[in-house]
Each structure stands twice: as structure tokens, then as C-alpha cells.
Design a protein around this ligand. Sequence first.
Ligand SMILES: NC(=O)C1=CN([C@@H]2O[C@H](COP(=O)(O)OP(=O)(O)OC[C@H]3O[C@@H](n4cnc5c(N)ncnc54)[C@H](OP(=O)(O)O)[C@@H]3O)[C@@H](O)[C@H]2O)C=CC1
Ligand SMILES: O=CC(=O)O
Length: 292
Amino acid sequence: MAEIGFLGMGIMGKAMAVNLLRHGFKLTVWNRTLSRCDELVKHGASVKETPAAVIKKCKYTIGMLSDPAAALSVVFDKDGVLEQMCSGKGYIDMSTVDADTSSKICEAITSKDGYFLEAPVSGSKKPAEDGQLVILAAGEKALYEEALPAFDVMGKKSFFLGQIGNGAKMKLVVNMIMGSMMNAFSEGLILADKSGLDPHTLLDVLDLGGIANPMFRMKGPTMIQENYSTAFPLKHQQKDMRLALALGDENAVSMPVAAAANEAFKKARSMGLGDLDFSAVYETVKIAKDSS
Ligand SMILES: NC(=O)C1=CN([C@@H]2O[C@H](COP(=O)(O)OP(=O)(O)OC[C@H]3O[C@@H](n4cnc5c(N)ncnc54)[C@H](OP(=O)(O)O)[C@@H]3O)[C@@H](O)[C@H]2O)C=CC1
Ligand SMILES: O=CC(=O)O
């Protein structure tokens, strides 16, 4: 089995890489903060000191980075992906970015005769650990097919959505809905509490009805306990709202609900909650309640 490169050992990258190693894939990994690769070595990964060195060694390489700036930096900066990209090699960016960022990366990779695929994922830390992600790929079909054995380990379902940008857009639409739902859910929890109802009973009622969903089921109990242990960092959810709103701008789609949700996530960031789980947006609603 050919060795796969993996750039970015954050919450998601690490979970996805460990899962691949557990299933017998050989990986060479890199992370900006190199010490974060130590745990991967214990699971059998090799480490290189630059993205370029990973690309040189591997037939194809996956990137899982925080945001557009990070995704671009890893490709274009000194010792980056582009330096060793050449014919026969592939790069798969699984970060959540906008279609423009993905197109810039695609153009640069293909100008070096390399293959490019964008493949953002739906699903958080636990689905990444369990290989239960939903993969939203677009771009070079041949690279998609080459990576399918790895996608089948990382995810429960992979979609090939056609031309570059479609995977990025699909991911932003999904996360725009998720961020808006999280805000409505937070308001509901407070409204129940303020009206003299038990929020736990609200969770039971929700779970039996037409709007039952895994997010309410998983996040509800921890939010009531004010436990925001990070699975999906709030700063990344706000980035996704911002990028989704920009997509709305481009297409003249009015999104007042998403715009309000974005404001709540911005407020949470200004309160220093950006590194907590995105469910910590609940704190912005609680403040209003506590001060009344
Ligand atoms: N967590 C989740 O539930 C999900 C996240 N996503 C998306 O996946 C991506 C990764 O998320 P997640 O793992 O949670 O994020 P983390 O914040 O845990 O990790 C971010 C990674 O990006 C690296 N990074 C940040 N800035 C730079 C830079 N300028 N140059 C090089 N590397 C950089 C970090 O390196 P360092 O360690 O050095 O800081 C780290 O490896 C994001 O786009 C996110 O929106 C998608 C689905 C679910
Ligand atoms: O991007 C986050 C997720 O849970 O999906």
C-alpha cells in the first residue's frame, strides 16, 4: 500500500490520521507545531519537517487545516506543498474553506501537473475517530478514485460533487444550517429554563419529535452542564458562518437567520470563547438571561 501524506494534526487531522493508521495505512505526517506529531509516531507514523518533504515522499497527501489562510500558507509558503508538486502526485484539501481558496490551490497544483481534490467533511471529532465522517469531494475524479480506500476508512459515505468549489460550497451550506440551529437550540434551552420548565425534559420532548437530531442529543446534556469541551472549535464555526454569508452575498441570497447566528458567534469570540466548543455560543444567550 502506497504511503499517504497528512498535513495538519489538529483535532480532526489527528483523529483521521490515527484512524487510518489503525486500519493499516502507512502515513507520513507534518504539523506546524511539530511536537503534535509525537502521538502519531506512537501509532506508527513517520514525520517530516516540512510540507514539501511530505509531498516529495508520498504519492498523494491530505491537508486538514484551520481556515483559508492556513490552507493557502501550507501550499504557497516556503517549504510548502507546491515546491515538490509534480506530475503523478496529488493533493487533497479536506479543510473547510471557501470555493475561491480551493480554486486558487487547484490552479497552483495543476500548473505543476499535479492532481487536486477538495474534500471537506461533515462530522466532528468523534465521527473522525470512528471513521463516520461524510466526505464532500469535488475536483479530479481520478484522485477521488485513488483515495477511495482511505475515504472508506475515514467516512461512512463519500459524495463526488463534480467541479472544484462544489465540495466547499456544500460544506458551507451544511455548516450555515448547523450554526443557525445551534443558536435556536440555545434560545430554546434558556426559554424553557426561564419559563420554569426542566431543560432535561425539553431534551426528551425534542428527541421524540420531528426535529430530533444527533446534535441536540449529543450537545444538549453538556450545554445544560455548561461543559464546552472542544470537539468543533467555536472560532471555526464562526469562520464557516462568515464564509457562508459571503456565498450568500455572491448569489444575492438573503440569510437573516444565519446573519444573526454569525453575530452570536462573533459575540462569543469577543468573550474569549473561540477555542471552546461551538456549543459555547449558549453562553451569549445565558448572559442576556442572567442579567435580566
Ligand atoms: N473539529 C471539528 O469538529 C470539525 C472541523 N472541520 C474543519 O476542519 C479543519 C480543521 O479543524 P480542527 O482540526 O478542528 O482545527 P484545529 O484548530 O484543532 O487544528 C487546526 C490545524 O491547522 C493548523 N494551522 C493553523 N494555522 C496554520 C498555519 N498558518 N500554517 C500551518 N498550519 C496551521 C494547526 O497547526 P498548529 O497545531 O501548529 O496550531 C492545526 O494542525 C477546519 O477547517 C474546520 O473548520 C470540519 C469538520 C469538523
Ligand atoms: O464542521 C463541523 C462539523 O461538525 O461537521
